[in-house]
Design a binder for this molecule. Structure first.
Ligand code: ADP
Length: 494
């Protein structure tokens, strides 16, 4: 759930839960009323005349019972006082009339009834109530008749001044306000806790993950599920972690390759230098005494120096490419035309070397690539020269070039039937200064830079280069070059 949705949900919960709880309280209280009789609480809450009348029902019923059992009950002054005290608890009081004479009035000041307004005997049946005017306010009156014989016939009135009920309502209001406050506190606590828990769980997971990253542990994944903003943040952190991990891995690989490169270059420079030193010492020491031998030694020194020069030239070429010192001149090239020309040239060169060459181009007419023609030619020449260098002695060299469509790319495949590359060397042939051990030992001249330059050029063109090979059967070099898409053509035309 989104954080925004969760906040809306919490807000609704905060609004709806109190309503729900308040309704629950109200219903529970009402339920008590129907089963246990009416109490002050519900009395004020519902606040209609029936409810007001029912306020003293229990007391009136008890007094009726007493009057029935003891006919003189209301004539006894102790009973009168006791009954009045009981009624006072319900903010009511007792008035007793025997015949036409008021014998008891338990009212406090200001709420006495007007005696002449009290109902006549027999007018008000038991259980009924009457609203009457008291001195300063209105009240509710109920009547209990007693003493059926003449002379002792009397009426006991239970009078409840309405004002006292309304005044008593203050405490009831307090009662409901207290409930409301409790409900609000519960709601607040529940929603805050739910929100806090869902947010904090993710925050603490992310905190732990950041701590691990700070300590250098880039391997542990940050796993936070969900689609809210925090989960999205965690996803970004996870992407950052995996990027850092791959950068770190790449850095280690680069360092490794640099170390290898340094060790290779030391070796590749040292070997011809040792020969140069050896042969020049031979001349100096007079070992090569005759001119023929001297000529041979100088020849070797020259050839080693040429090798070193070539190696250093290629290295400097590579580093220029690497440091973007050689700018590319990209242009739109008709791929069919370009490869046709190259094939023509190569066919002549290879047939001059006694090798077979075949060429097949299955591209759609007018397929265009965006490339630097001189640099791509350099890649192709390197492949041709390698095919010539690493051919087998026992079979006639046969080379084929195929150019085909590969979706957004064109794919060139350059196949020879040469010595092949061993499976353990295949992953390394594009590394700087890599030469398969066999090539080093066969005396075939080379620097081990050519293919790394080819890889750099193809990758700078947004393509890829790779090789498949079988030892003693031959190798196939593949590379991809991006076609000029209709999209880029459109933007160019604009
Ligand atoms: P170089 O040819 O100067 O040694 P490259 O970078 O062009 O350097 O090639 C790297 C290595 O890959 C070569 O030393 C050789 O072992 C191997 N190699 C390249 N092309 C071929 C091929 N066509 N057949 C067999 N081995 C090859």
């Amino acid at each position: 759930m989104k954080l925004r949705t969760r906040l809306i949900f919490s807000f609704l919960l905060m609004v709806l839960l109190p309503i729900f709880l308040a309704a629950a309280v109200y219903l529970t209280v009402n339920h008590t009323r129907t089963t246990k009789g009416k109490t002050a609480g519900q009395f004020y809450f519902s606040n209609n005349v029936d409810d007001l009348a029912a306020y003293t029902d229990d007391e009136v019923r008890t007094l009726e019972e007493l009057a029935r059992t003891f006919p003189d009950y209301f004539l006894n002054s102790d009973s009168q006082k006791q009954a009045n005290d009981n009624l006072a608890k319900k903010n009511s009081y007792l008035v007793i009339r025997v015949g036409t004479k008021i014998v008891y009035d338990g009212a406090s000041a200001g709420v006495h009834p007007q005696y002449n307004k009290l109902p006549m005997y027999g007018k008000l049946s038991n259980g009924d109530m009457l609203i009457i005017d008291l001195q300063t306010e209105t009240g509710i009156l109920k009547e209990i008749d007693f003493g059926k014989e003449d002379g002792k016939r009397g009426q006991a009135f239970v009078i409840t001044p309405a004002g006292s009920i309304v005044r008593g309502g203050g405490s009831v209001a307090l009662y409901y306000v207290s409930w409301f406050v409790v409900i609000m506190i519960i709601t607040g606590l529940v929603t805050s806790f739910l929100l806090y828990r869902s947010i904090m769980r993710k925050v603490s997971l992310m905190q732990a993950a950041t701590e691990k990253i700070r300590e250098g542990d880039l391997e542990s994944r940050i796993e936070v599920r969900g689609r809210d903003e925090l989960s999205q943040l965690a996803e970004s952190m996870e992407r950052m972690r995996s990027r850092l991990l791959s950068d770190a891995t790449q850095k280690v690989a680069d360092e490794d390759s640099n170390r290898k490169f340094l060790s290779n270059i030391t070796h590749d420079l040292k070997t011809p230098l040792t020969s140069i030193i050896g042969y020049s010492e031979g001349i100096l020491d007079g070992i090569a005494a005759d001119p023929e031998r001297q000529k041979k030694y100088v020849g070797i020194i020259h050839s080693k120096a040429v090798d070193m020069n070539e190696l250093l030239n290629e290295l400097s070429e590579f580093s220029k490419l690497d440091m973007h010192e050689i700018p590319y001149h990209f242009e739109k090239i008709d791929a069919i035309e370009y490869f046709d020309d190259f094939a023509q040239e190569t066919s002549e060169e290879l047939s001059g070397d006694g090798a077979d060459f075949s060429y097949k181009n299955t591209l759609e007419p007018e397929t265009e690539i965006m490339a630097d023609p001189a640099q791509i030619k350099r890649v192709l020449h390197n492949l041709v020269s390698n095919a010539l260098k690493y051919c087998r002695d026992d079979v006639k060299l046969s080379v084929s070039l195929r150019v085909l469509d590969a979706g957004d790319f064109i794919q060139a495949e350059f196949e020879d039937n040469g010595k092949g590359i061993s499976p353990e060397d295949v992953p390394h042939v594009f590394e700087r200064l890599f030469r398969a051990d066999k090539s080093r030992n066969t005396g075939i001249r080379g620097s081990g830079i050519g293919l790394s330059i080819a890889k750099k050029i193809i990758e700078d063109h947004g393509g890829q280069i790779w090789v498949t090979s079988r030892i003693n059967e031959g190798s196939t070099f593949y590379f991809l070059l991006k076609k000029v898409s209709e999209e880029s053509q459109d933007t160019e035309d604009m």
